[in-house]
Ligand binder design. Structure first.
Ligand code: NI
Length: 174
């Protein structure tokens, strides 16, 4: 396993649409293992492959032992097959937008079809934070960040803060 560098916004790669995975073979499992280790080290609760620069439809999620006792979730080629008519507002953050948080409105529950770590097609019904997390990570596969759900004013404010933080970091290491 290896810890991979996480891409942060603004970066054109975060806007690309990721491609379907043909089959979850050993190479894809290696990627999923590396993504999980990277996410734990960050630390974070969800990570999409494009965040480590790989445009494939692969996601890892671990909400912690209390919320997700069955352990990490590997979602390959996920598709939302049903979403609730009720919506929920929850604060979101993203490893690609360090230290930035904002409330995002999304369907409160979703049913998702996906291929698992063993290349088996499965379905999961998600509510609460898992629902938010899955939808957030699935957005990454379409090149969408959580700030894209906000008003232009709020989004620009966050993007400016990130650009400033990056500039300061560059000066600090120069
Ligand atoms: Ni994210």
């Amino acid at each position: 396993m290896a810890i991979l560098p996480i891409i942060t916004a603004p970066n054109a790669k975060l806007k690309v649409t990721s491609e379907k995975v043909k089959s979850v073979d050993d190479g894809v499992r290696q990627l999923l293992d590396d993504m999980l280790e990277t996410m734990y080290a960050a630390p974070g609760i969800g990570l999409a492959a494009i965040q480590v620069g790989i445009p494939r439809r692969a996601i890892v999620i671990d909400l912690g032992r209390e919320t997700q006792p069955e352990g990490p979730l590997f979602l390959v080629n996920p598709e939302i097959v049903w979403s609730s008519e009720e919506f929920l507002e929850r604060e979101e953050g993203c490893l690609s937008l360090p230290d930035q948080y904002a409330d995002v409105v999304r369907p409160s529950e979703v049913r998702v079809s996906y291929v698992d770590y063993d290349n088996v097609r499965r379905e999961i019904h998600a509510c609460e934070i898992l629902s938010t997390c899955i939808q957030h990570e699935m957005d990454h596969l379409e090149g969408i960040l959580f700030v894209d759900h906000l008003s232009a004013v709020k989004r620009n404010m966050i993007v400016r803060k990130l650009a400033k933080a990056r500039k300061q970091a560059q000066y600090a290491t120069a």
